[in-house]
Design a protein around this ligand. Structure first.
Ligand code: UFG
Length: 327
């Protein structure tokens, strides 16, 4: 029997790209998603079960029916601003939901879990680049719930027969290089899709939140990692666990930071459309600069980003906003 993985949140942005790659690698993705933010049409590479991770009994039934070797756990709420306004939603979906999933794994004997964590667990780091030993001090409920879930995994792994890899994503972006899948958050709050919407004339302008940061050009610096590279890291994390590799938390970034203005310049070059901008005040809770020390994921998993240069990111994402790219 070919191997099979339960993919919670597999109808979402990163989950659907990962499901596609799993299928290409000969692993059947069984997608479990409640479709509150996921998209049914993005589930095309294996069975789909509509369900909520808070429904432990349903999870156990699905695991017993499909007998997955592992779980990749994407299902979560992921808007920083919303988490400040509605922390209950985040503690429910991200903390209680992860607990429900881990208990279902425990009861059914699923012993490998790959978890979507975030660089938001580091808060505002004192030192850059951010390596995995950087103290985790999240500054918003979203980051706190991801950190609690990381702790739950570590404690379950110590007490029960369970192994895990926590993957701390930096700024996920881009779209399937073959054009099968894109980014479709609603509302869309992320920089690159909003900038592309502005370049395409779908919104009047991009608001740039802060031009007075202590960074080279005054705008925030982030480490942009292509979703196809994130997908490959999940497959590598599964292989690591399948061959008996140990529990570990890993940064997924490129190790390079780019400012907002640098991103906009690349969009202009690749699409031929300047991004109309207006400058606004800083957005609450935004650290000036975040970028990873990406060495540990490379040494542990052999992970090397292939698509995460800004040009490839923009080339793959732009068509979803009706923008042509220059050859
Ligand atoms: N930005 C703008 N204008 C926009 C959107 C974003 O100027 O319209 C700026 C932000 O202020 C920030 C940078 O662009 O400086 C990147 O913002 P994103 O919203 O694209 O991403 P974040 O860096 O805020 O990412 C954070 C966490 C992730 C988390 C994600 C959840 O770092 O771990 O939010 O959505 F997953």
């Amino acid at each position: 029997v070919a191997s099979r993985i339960l993919v919670t949140g597999g109808a979402g942005y990163i989950g659907s790209h990962t499901a596609k790659l799993l299928r290409l690698e000969g692993i059947e993705p069984v997608v479990y998603d409640n479709l509150t933010t996921g998209n049914r049409s993005a589930v095309r590479w294996g069975p789909f079960v509509q369900g909520d991770i808070l429904d432990g009994r349903h999870l156990i039934e699905v695991i017993e029916a499909h007998q997955p070797d592992a779980v990749i756990h994407f299902a979560a709420s992921a808007y920083v601003g919303e988490s400040v306004a509605d922390p209950a939603k985040y503690y429910n979906n991200n903390v209680r939901g992860t607990l429900s999933l881990l208990d279902a794994c425990r009861q059914t004997g699923v012993d490998k879990v790959i978890f979507s964590s975030s660089c938001a667990t580091y808060g505002v780091p004192a030192v850059l680049p951010i390596d995995e030993a950087t103290p985790q001090a999240p500054i918003n409920p979203y980051g706190k719930t991801k950190l609690v879930a990381e702790h739950m995994l570590a404690d379950y792994a110590a007490a029960f027969a369970l192994n895990y890899v926590s993957l701390r994503y930096f700024n996920a972006c881009g779209a399937d290089p073959e054009g099968d899948l894109g980014e479709w958050h609603d509302p869309e709050t992320h920089l690159i899709p909003r900038a592309l919407m502005a370049a395409a004339g779908r919104i009047p302008h991009l608001e740039i939140f802060g031009e007075d940061y202590d960074t080279p050009d005054g705008t925030c610096v982030r480490d942009y990692i292509h979703v196809a590279d994130l997908a490959s890291a999940h497959v590598l994390a599964y292989r690591h666990l399948a061959k008996g590799g140990g529990n570990v938390a890993l940064n997924l970034g490129t190790g390079r930071g780019f400012s907002i203005k640098e991103v906009l310049r690349t969009i202009g070059e690749i699409t031929g459309h300047d991004v109309p901008v207006v400058f606004r005040r800083r957005r609450a809770g935004d650290p000036p600069a975040l970028y990873a020390d990406a060495g540990l994921a490379c040494r542990t998993l052999g992970f090397l980003p292939r698509y995460s240069d800004l040009e490839t990111i923009v080339r793959t994402a732009a068509p979803f906003f009706g923008l042509e790219v220059r050859s």
